[in-house]
Ligand binder design. Structure first.
Ligand code: AGP
Length: 612
C-alpha cells in the first residue's frame, strides 16, 4: 500500500527519492516524507501528495547522499503531518519508513511507554523504530542486528528502511510479507517497494525474501541475513521492464493509456504460448504442473477485486471447455473459513500486483494443506510469483492506474489458454471446436483494436449519465463477471454506486430500483442466451429504465428497445469478456473525468493492498 524508496551512494539522494516516490504514488498518496543524512538527520514530511512535499521542502536543506522517502496509505492514524513517515526513535538518531501493519503494536507501545518512551504519532511504525532504537542502545549492537532482533518481537507485515545519524554510510532494509527490491548500481544502491523507481538507474536487482534483513554499507556493499541470523547470498536478477512502460506516453492518464494498450498486452500474453501453426498451446511456466490440472478433481481460484472477477470468467472457461469443476473464492474469506482442500485440487491464485495480502495468505494456507498452487501474476518477481509452485506471468507490462484494466484482460488471456489446453488434453471438446477456438483467441487483439473505436460514442453516453446516482450492470454467462467488473470500475473511479448482476437475477430484487432515472448497462453479446437477454432488456424498458446495450451484432430488435447500442466485433462466447469489458472501461473513465475525479488515483484506494 505505501510506497518506500531509499538511496545510498554518491549522488544527491533527494531528487532520486522524489522521482521514485512519484513513480510509487499509485500505492498510496495521503501523505509523504523524506529523511536525509547530511551531518544531521533531516526529516521533512507533510500531508498530501508528493507534489505537496516538494512545495513544502522548497526552502529546506535537501543535501545528502543517503536518504529514505515514503508515500503513505493510512492504516493507523489519520493522514496528517505527524502521522506521515519517516518516524524517529526515542533518542532521535534513527529514522524509519514502513509499508505494512504491525499487528501487536498496541502491546509493544504500552510496554515501551512503561519503559519511559513517548510517542508523537498514532502510527504502528513509530513503535517499530522505538523498539529498534531501544535494542540498539541497550544491547549496543550494530543497526542491522538491532533490526533483526526487533523483528523477533514484531507481528505483522512490513517492509522497512532504517537509517541512523550514527552510521552515515549505512542503510538497513527488512521485509516480511511486504515487497522490497534492492537495485545495485556502481557503488550505489536503490531500494524501493517495487522496481519502478529503480529501472532508470540499473537493471540489476535483488528481491528480498520474507524475514530477510539487508545491510547496505558503502564500504562492504550488500549483505543479507535471515531473521534466524543465517547469511544469505544475494541473488541478482535482471529487470525486464523499461522506462517507457512507466510513462504516460502522450495519454492524459495512465488508465487511458492502459485501456488503449490492451491489443498489445493481450498479444504479449499470448506470445510464444498460442502457436496457431502447430495448433498448440504452451505455457512454459506451468508445463511441469499441467498433469495436475488435467487430472484435478477441482480447481480452486483465489483472488481479490478485479482479479476475482477474472477468476469468475476462469470458472466458466474451465467448466465449459475442460469440464473441470471450479470454485472461485475471495481470498479474504477463503483464508479464514477452514476450507476443504484435497490433494487432487489445484489452486490458482490470480493477482496483478502479486502482493495482495489476502491472496498471499490464501496461498500459504493452500500450500500448508498440500495443494498445488499456481499463480497468474503481472508483476515479475512479486511475492505471489515467488511463493507459488509455478505460474504464468500475464506480461501486460506495468499497470500504474489504480483501476485495473489491461491486467484484467491479460489474466483472461492466460485463463483462456489454460482452459483450452486442458480441454484439448482431456478431449472435452472436439478437435474442430478446439481449432476454431484457438483461431478465435488469436483474433482477440484484432477485435480489441476494433472495439477501441467505440470511445467517442461511449464518451457521448457518459455525458448523458455522468450525474446518475446509481448504475446497474447486467450480463449472463461469460458476461456476468464482466457486469461485476464494469460496476467495480465505475464505483472505483467515479464514486457512483453501481451493481453488477446476472441478468436473470434482476427480477429477484434489483428490479425494484429501476425507474426513468436509472441507467442499466446490458451485455447482450451471448450467442446462446441471446433471446433471454433480449427479454431482460424488455423487462427493464417496461419499467422505463435507460438501457445501454453492448451487442455484437447489428440487431434490429435490440436497437428498437435499447436507448443506446454499443456495437462490438463478434468473437466466440468464451472470449467475449476481453472485448465487452473495453466499452465499460471507457464508460467509467469518461464519467469519472466529467465528474472531475482523479482517474489514476481514486480516493481511499491503493494499487496493491498489502494489508488485510
Ligand atoms: C482493481 O481495479 C482494483 N483496484 C482492485 O480490486 C484489485 O483488483 C484488487 O485489489 C486485487 O489486486 P491484485 O490483482 O493486485 O491482487
Amino acid at each position: 500500500m505505501c510506497g518506500i524508496v531509499g538511496y545510498i551512494g554518491k549522488k544527491e539522494a533527494f531528487p532520486i527519492i522524489i522521482k521514485g516516490l512519484q513513480r510509487l504514488e499509485y500505492r498510496g498518496y495521503d501523505s509523504a516524507g523524506v529523511a536525509l543524512l547530511n551531518g544531521e538527520l533531516q526529516i521533512h514530511k507533510c500531508k498530501g501528495k508528493v507534489q505537496d512535499l516538494l512545495n513544502y521542502t522548497k526552502d529546506k536543506n535537501l543535501h545528502g547522499y543517503i536518504g529514505i522517502g515514503h508515500t503513505r496509505w493510512a492504516t493507523h492514524g489519520e493522514p496528517n503531518d505527524v502521522n506521515a513517515h519517516p518516524h524517529v526513535s526515542e533518542v532521535g538518531n534513527l529514522a524509519i519508513i514502513h509499508n505494512g501493519i504491525i499487528e501487536n503494536y498496541a502491546t509493544l507501545k504500552e510496554e515501551l511507554i512503561q519503559r519511559g518512551h513517548t510517542f508523537e504519532s498514532d502510527t504502528d511504525t513509530e513503535v517499530f523504530v522505538h523498539l529498534i532504537g531501544e535494542i540498539k542502545e541497550k544491547q549496543n549492537v550494530p543497526l542491522e542486528e538491532a533490526v533483526r532482533m526487533a523483528m523477533q518481537h514484531v507481528v505483522g507485515a512490513y517492509a522497512i528502511l532504517v537509517i541512523s545519524y550514527d552510521h552515515p554510510r549505512k542503510m538497513v532494509a527488512a521485509r516480511k510479507s511486504s515487497p522490497l527490491v534492492v537495485g545495485i548500481g556502481d557503488g550505489e544502491y536503490y531500494l524501493a517497494s517495487d522496481a519502478t523507481p529503480i529501472v532508470e538507474y540499473t537493471r540489476n536487482v535483488v528481491y528480498l525474501n520474507d524475514e530477510e534483513i539487508a545491510c547496505i554499507d558503502l564500504e562492504n556493499g550488500l549483505s543479507i541475513k535471515s531473521i534466524e541470523n543465517e547469511v544469505r547470498t544475494p541473488f541478482v536478477e535482471e529487470l525486464e521492464m523499461n522506462l517507457e512502460m512507466l510513462e504516460k506516453g502522450g495519454y492524459e492518464h495512465f488508465m487511458l493509456k492502459e485501456i488503449n494498450e490492451q491489443a498489445r498486452s493481450i498479444k504479449d500474453s499470448m506470445r510464444g504460448r498460442l502457436r496457431l501453426e502447430d495448433k498448440e498451446i504452451m505455457l512454459g511456466g506451468i508445463k511441469d504442473y499441467e498433469d495436475k490440472i488435467f487430472n484435478a478433481d477441482r480447481i480452486l481460484i483465489v483472488a481479490c477485486g478485479t482479479s476475482w472477477h477474472a477468476g469468475l470468467v476462469g470458472e466458466y472457461l474451465f467448466e465449459d471447455l475442460a469440464r473441470i469443476p471450479v470454485e472461485v473464492e475471495y481470498a479474504s474469506e477463503f483464508r479464514y473459513r477452514n476450507p476443504i482442500i484435497n490433494k487432487n485440487d489445484v489452486v490458482i491464485a490470480i493477482s496483478q500486483s502479486g502482493e495482495t495480502a489476502d491472496t498471499l495468505a490464501a496461498i500459504r494456507l493452500a500450500k500448508e494443506k498440500g495443494a498445488t498452487v499456481l499463480g497468474i501474476c503481472n508483476v515479475v518477481g512479486s511475492s505471489i510469483a515467488r511463493i507459488t509452485d509455478a505460474g504464468a506471468y500475464t506480461h501486460a507490462g506495468p499497470e500504474i492506474g489504480v483501476a485495473s484494466t489491461k491486467a484484467f484482460t491479460a489474466q483472461l488471456t492466460i485463463l483462456s489458454l489454460m482452459a483450452l489446453r486442458a480441454a484439448k488434453q482431456r478431449q472435452t471438446i472436439s478437435e474442430e471446436r478446439y481449432e476454431f477456438l484457438l483461431k478465435e483467441l488469436d483474433r482477440v487483439p484484432e477485435a480489441i483494436e476494433q472495439v477501441m473505436k467505440c470511445e467517442a460514442q461511449v464518451k457521448e453516453i457518459a455525458a448523458v449519465f455522468k450525474d446518475a446516482r446509481n448504475f446497474l450492470y447486467l450480463g449472463r454467462g461469460y458476461n456476468f463477471p464482466v457486469a461485476l467488473e464494469g460496476a467495480l470500475k465505475l464505483k472505483e473511479i467515479s464514486y457512483i454506486h453501481a451493481e453488477g448482476y446476472p441478468a436473470a437475477e434482476m427480477k429477484h430484487g434489483p428490479i425494484a430500483l429501476i425507474d426513468e432515472e436509472m441507467p442499466i448497462v446490458v451485455l447482450a453479446t451471448n450467442q446462446h442466451a441471446y433471446e433471454k437477454i433480449v427479454s431482460n432488456i424488455q423487462e427493464v424498458k417496461a419499467r422505463k429504465g435507460k438501457v445501454i446495450a453492448v451487442t455484437s451484432k447489428q440487431d434490429e430488435e435490440i436497437s428498437k428497445i435499447a436507448d443506446y447500442v454499443i456495437e462490438i466485433p463478434p468473437i466466440a462466447d468464451p472470449f467475449t469478456p476481453m472485448v465487452t469489458t473495453v466499452p465499460l472501461q471507457f464508460l467509467s473513465y469518461h464519467i469519472a473525468l466529467m465528474r472531475d475525479c482523479n482517474v489514476d488515483q481514486p480516493r481511499n484506494l491503493a494499487k496493491s493492498v498489502t494489508v488485510e
